[in-house]
Unconditional design. Structure first.
Ligand code: DHB
Length: 519
């Protein structure tokens, strides 16, 4: 009897606790709860209402991350317009600050760092760093160092100065943990957080200036991948159970447009794409944004070269299985040596980039892999171009056989820190590790959702991947853009000349593109 009573008391207090929790978070946007901020951007001073640290779900798991900042130009509260937009029509720019698939803070008018601020104490050193194979430097768990991509403009200020509303959500990431040591931000939690934040914005569309049917997501690298996934998977019911558990606002989560810089996406096919491009380049230089201190050159081992060759050989059948078409209905394919119309298309994007640079006055004479005649870039030696790029990653670039990559850490579970996520990785694991659930791997890949039934994929896409970016293969953005085009979406893909792995470097052009699709 005593036991029954105790259970009853427990039950009642649990229920009231859950009620108290859900009551304490109000998903209705409160227009009165703001701080007035006076901001300056490019010599222009303007006022905004700042609504910061809004928890955007009813059952948050980590309120240090699951919060959103919303900024609204003051003009919209007095019936004025900016740049042709009014309170009813202003688009909502939705940048995320995800880097390295780590936890992220919302962007703010003060901070524009990847990760959104200084790393949390728990992120400073990761269990996986202790497991680095001998001689390899710690990677800080793949956390991009502060200032990732060099000095960058604050996209929040830039967007506000153009009359956009800005909303930015923080997200859980692959190293998020609760007090009991349970991982709370492995795949899929980051994308579910972004979807929940979109639902909050759409749920509050009537109470908030801005048009929630004009949400434009923006992100770089892992953040570009998140932006892409958000745009690809709008309203798909696969994600509903996660959103329900979080207590997301009851609204849709499709978005109008996607801006993605160098998305580290299509992860389960990215190893093959990397080796299709870099097979034969046996010297690698770690470094770049994932590794803080650039290291000297190292050589691939004989085993790693063999892995590279095996992965390269697997790529054509993946590309061919997509049945993609290029201009004039031409079938995009690769033969068993990795040559064919798809390779021609990748080359054509690089040549178009060189041509644009040439037209803008760049001296291309040192790029001996290009043939230039009378102001026209007529040819490119792909192998020589890849040698100029240099290899950055060891095969497999993403599903690392020793589990040392950020992606194997992303595909862990609540209780397993790192897992493989490809058949190849599992079969050749040197860590005897398990493999992630197939549905989770599927749900992390936008290629599986573009234009599918029960899905509202974004109509407009702007994708940028620099010609010197070797964090993932060039085939990845080209496959993404081509699939989108084939399914009838409006895509603008360019590979900016000589740009390394970075983003937000052409905000004026980005906002011109946004104005073009919103007005
Ligand atoms: C990022 C870069 C990578 O090379 C990678 O594998 C994952 C994420 C990033 O910069 O976000």
């Amino acid at each position: 009897m005593k036991k029954v009573l105790l259970t009853l008391v427990c039950l009642v207090s649990c229920i009231s606790f859950v009620n108290a929790q859900s009551k304490s978070i109000d998903l209705n946007f409160n227009a009165e709860k703001f701080e007035s901020q006076t901001l300056t951007f490019n010599g222009k001073t303007f006022k905004v209402r700042a609504y910061e640290n809004i928890v955007y779900v009813n059952n948050p798991v980590d309120t240090a991350c699951q919060k959103m900042n919303i900024y609204i130009p003051e003009e919209y509260f007095s019936g004025k317009s900016i740049n042709g937009y009014s309170a009813a029509t202003a688009p909502i720019f939705f940048p995320n600050k995800v880097g390295g698939y780590m936890p992220s803070q919302p962007a703010s008018t003060k901070s524009n760092q990847m990760g959104g601020g200084p790393p949390l104490k728990s992120e400073m050193k990761l269990p996986m760093d202790d497991k680095k194979p001998d001689g390899m430097p710690p990677t800080n768990g793949g956390m991009p160092p502060m200032g990732f991509g060099g000095p960058r403009q604050n996209s929040v200020l830039a967007a506000l100065s153009k009359g956009y509303i800005v909303a930015s959500a923080g997200t859980r990431g692959r190293t998020s943990k609760n007090a009991s040591g349970i991982y709370t931000g492995k795949a899929l939690e980051g994308i579910v957080d972004l979807k929940a934040a979109v639902r909050y914005l759409k749920y509050n569309d009537k109470n908030m200036p801005g048009d929630a049917n004009k949400i434009i997501s923006n992100g770089t690298s892992a953040g570009g991948a998140m932006s892409t996934l958000l745009g690809a998977t709008g309203n798909n019911p696969d994600y509903d159970p996660y959103l329900k558990t979080l207590g997301a606002a009851s609204a849709t989560d499709d978005i109008f447009a996607v801006s993605a810089y160098c998305p580290i996406t299509n992860l389960d096919n990215a190893d093959m794409a990397y080796e299709w491009q870099f097979f034969g380049i046996n010297t690698y230089r770690r470094g770049g944004p994932m590794q803080g201190n650039p290291q000297g050159a190292s050589e691939l081992s004989a085993e790693q070269i063999a892995v590279s060759e095996q992965l390269k050989k697997l790529f054509p059948s993946y590309v061919n299985s997509l049945n993609l078409k290029g201009d004039h209905g031409i079938i995009l394919s690769l033969d068993k040596n990795g040559n064919g119309t798809f390779k021609d298309l990748v080359k054509a994007y690089v040549v178009a980039s060189a041509q644009k640079a040439l037209n803008e006055g760049t001296d291309l004479s040192s790029f001996t892999f290009l043939t230039v005649n009378n102001g026209k870039v007529t040819q490119m030696d792909f192998d020589a171009y890849v040698r100029y790029m240099q290899r950055q990653k060891i095969p497999p670039a993403f599903d690392a056989l020793d589990l040392s990559s950020p992606e194997t850490n992303l595909f862990g579970t609540a209780t397993i820190n790192n897992q493989h996520f490809t058949e190849y990785g599992e079969a050749h694991s040197t860590a005897n590790a398990t493999r992630a659930d197939a549905l989770i791997v599927k749900m992390m890949n936008p290629m599986n959702y573009i234009g599918q039934p029960n899905t509202k994929t974004s109509k407009y896409w702007r994708i940028r991947h620099g010609t010197k970016d070797k964090d993932t293969g060039l085939a990845i953005p080209v496959l993404l853009a081509t699939l989108l085009e084939n399914k009838g979406y409006n895509v603008n893909l360019e590979l900016p000349w000589e740009k390394p792995h970075s983003g937000d470097y052409d905000l004026d052009e980005l906002f011109t593109w946004i104005d073009g699709i919103c007005k």
